[in-house]
Write a protein that binds this ligand. Sequence first.
Ligand code: 6PG
Length: 483
Amino acid sequence: MSESTNARADIGVIGMAVMGSNLARNFAHHGFTVAVYNRSPQRTRDMIAEHGSEGDFVPAETLEEFVGSLKRPRKAMLMVKAGRGTDAVIEELKPLLEPGDMIIDGGNAHFSDTMEREAALREHDIHFVGTGVSGGEEGALKGPSIMPGGSVESYESLGPILEAVAAKAPDGTPCCAHLGPDGAGHFVKMVHNGIEYSDMQLIGEAYDLMRRGAGMEPTELADIFSEWNQGELDSYLIEITSEVLGHTDPVTKQPFIDIVVDQAGQKGTGRWTVQSALDLGVPVTGIAEATFARALSSGVPQREGLKGLLDGPNTQTVDTPKEFVEDIRQALYASKIVAYAQGFDQIRAAGKEYGWDIDLGLPAALWRAGCIIRAKFLDDITAVWKADPNLPSLLAAPRFADIVNQASESWRRVVAFAVTAGIPVPGFSAALAYFDGLRSNRLPAALVQGQRDFFGAHTYRRVDAEGVFHTDWSGDRSEIKMD
Ligand code: 6PG
């Protein structure tokens, strides 16, 4: 399709559900002319009727009209439900676009789908830019964290538009940067979500321990989270936790938290993070436990069927609630740092595996504002990776090593108490076990190697000699050096 004389839109958004329309409005608020399209045109009409006066919109009722209204190189941003919907729109758009045009996918797509779509569209010289967008509905409207992948060339003309509408970090830098080719952006967004799962689980455990272990009421807990939000734990998720705990159900006048069914949902990004980590061989134990904890909570047949059958302590109250709360704060901070350390390890491993070469300082910088896991300590994480991108782990940075080391005693007291009191803390205990695993001089993996060699001649290496060995377990137990 050649450029029509009506081609005046800087960017177009396809999909006028809340995220799409809010993002379109955000573009318009920043002075861009925005083409808008939705499969069912009534949604576009409604959006224009309600918000058309907020900026320069070009509503389209057909995709031809939509594409015709875009300036070249055309930038069509998909804000549709990830999956089949994305492929359907791509197929319809493809014949209408020309070399150099771009399709930007702002949904939570799986990075491997993004890699495939990018390769397929590259054949037609169309750029496919898989882009993570975080911050929920409000973020989309007021400034999300944006994590684009795709070609360097596409970022040259797209980057300035995305950067203009992205959230701004405390130092004023936009929370948007090119992360790497093809699936890099969606991969980083996926890990963001994995860390989000972990963070939410850890906060949930902290709440549970204080409620069941110290008998504190939701309003008291709301105050504690609000106080924590003034310090090292300052973050969006701690802030909204205080709001949720302080809320009263208008119907029953009970604490809102008590009227919500305790079964956590998930759309799949946490699960994808864990699946990918298994493939890459990276232990993201905090994210995995958080994902499984959601599954356990909603594994209704087991929870229902086992009610009253499994014995154990029900509650045990702490003697010194003030110290206990401070121990929990420290355990939470340390466990959070572990979750981030594991997430960054996964991004680094994926960067190597898929040839993305992601600078770890970038995701950290992009997560400083706008996104769900935004937190004050991301400034420090950004500084750490910028200073030394080759650190073996975030925990190797002296400032983070100091925090986890100093929290260690509190962390152990919290986990020990939880175990004795029968309160499940899979997030805290997995994070602590990871910490202990890393600081152990010798791990029982040596025994696993011995067992593997015994039953399957899988061989082992020795601490005192080079090479690979096997012991003749069923014979005279002599050792054979393998080549
Ligand atoms: C964000 C969120 C957003 C959403 C996810 C998680 O960054 O804005 O992560 O992407 O909340 O879909 O949802 P689930 O908890 O349902 O998996």
